[in-house]
Design a protein around this ligand. Structure first.
Ligand SMILES: Nc1ncnc2c1ncn2[C@@H]1O[C@H](COP(=O)(O)OP(=O)(O)O)[C@@H](O)[C@H]1O
Ligand SMILES: [Mg+2]
Length: 283
């Protein structure tokens, strides 16, 4: 889709472990890449290593025994696994940004949204007060918040869960990141709000030409947002493909099971029902 086909994020043979002395490997030799304007959905059951993968890219291991045991995390050609904490600080919230499942864990409940946005902005940019305000309003409008100016004076608990997630996305966009990592950003929201947030992330990904790593365990979310899919199981990527081919392969699998059931069924009524299902699938 884009002239520049170079991957923004390239993860090569990444291994991550936890433990005081002997490390237990929870991410085991995974590789994947994401280009500009593309969403890769990392799916898999709980405990399969999705969040650890995300936190490894951000190098957020403080207070844990987590460590990168091997492999490379290349963001725009730089291997993050080799960088010092100081250099990583320059990149977090700048070149790479992250949106978490529960926005209240990242928002400070006793500080207004405007002040929190201003602080995040000033971490990486030198801007005057008026400019910060204008930029905050623009960002809030960009993520679909109607009363942007009023929202700046609100405290996080005064807005809805969906709004809080929009604010988190706006904050992640402050420094125009080239990589956005979303760890189950919609799991705590109801279905309608979830749908709006997914559409927002997808459109920002295309508009801003970001690479998006989107973590979820919900296949209906994957169907909506993914360009590529990688399935994790016990710390390994067990399947990965473009969404189209992935869904086609799934459909073919279900269809072959249905054909086998039809062949095995003795009852004519049941056979006809299965035949009807096969016909529906091919529509
Ligand atoms: N801070 C930690 N200390 C020790 N083990 C951890 C830590 N965080 C995650 N793990 C382990 O890593 C594995 C993968 O967890 P995680 O990436 O959170 O799974 P999920 O796919 O649900 O996001 C799990 O077995 C979990 O117990
Ligand atoms: Mg997780």
């Amino acid at each position: 889709m884009y002239l520049n086909d170079e991957a923004v994020l390239k993860v090569e043979n990444l291994r991550v472990g936890f433990g005081e002395e002997e490390k237990r490997e929870v991410v085991r030799n995974i590789s994947f890449q994401i280009k500009k304007g593309e969403v890769l959905c990392l799916v898999g059951e709980s405990g399969s290593g999705k969040s650890v993968t995300a936190f490894s890219i951000m190098q957020l291991f403080h207070g844990t025994t987590g460590m990168i045991l091997g492999g490379k995390i290349l963001v725009n050609g730089t291997n993050l696994a080799e960088l010092s904490e100081k250099e990583m600080q320059k990149r977090r919230g700048n070149e790479i940004a992250m949106v978490f499942q529960e926005p209240m864990t990242s928002l400070n409940p006793v500080i207004t949204i405007g002040v929190q946005m201003a602080r995040a902005m000033r971490l990486h940019q030198k801007l005057e007060k008026q400019k910060v305000r204008e930029k905050s309003i623009q960002l809030l409008e960009k993520v679909g918040i109607k009363h942007a100016e009023k929202t700046l004076y609100a405290y996080p608990h005064e807005v809805s869960g969906g709004m809080r997630q929009r604010i988190m996305i706006a904050m992640a966009m402050i420094n125009k990141p080239s990589l956005l990592i979303c760890d189950e950003p919609t799991s705590a929201l109801d279905v309608i709000v979830q749908d709006q947030i997914i559409k927002l992330i997808k459109s920002l990904c295309v508009q801003e030409e970001m690479a998006v790593l989107f973590i979820t365990h919900d296949m209906s979310v994957v169907a909506q947002i993914a360009d590529q899919i990688a399935v994790m199981h016990h710390g390994k990527i067990v399947e990965s493909d473009e969404k189209k081919r992935f869904c086609f392969a799934r459909k073919m699998n279900i269809q072959s099971v249905l054909f086998a059931m039809r062949w095995l069924c003795r009852k004519k009524k049941m056979k006809n029902r299965i035949f009807y299902l096969i016909k529906l699938m091919n529509k």
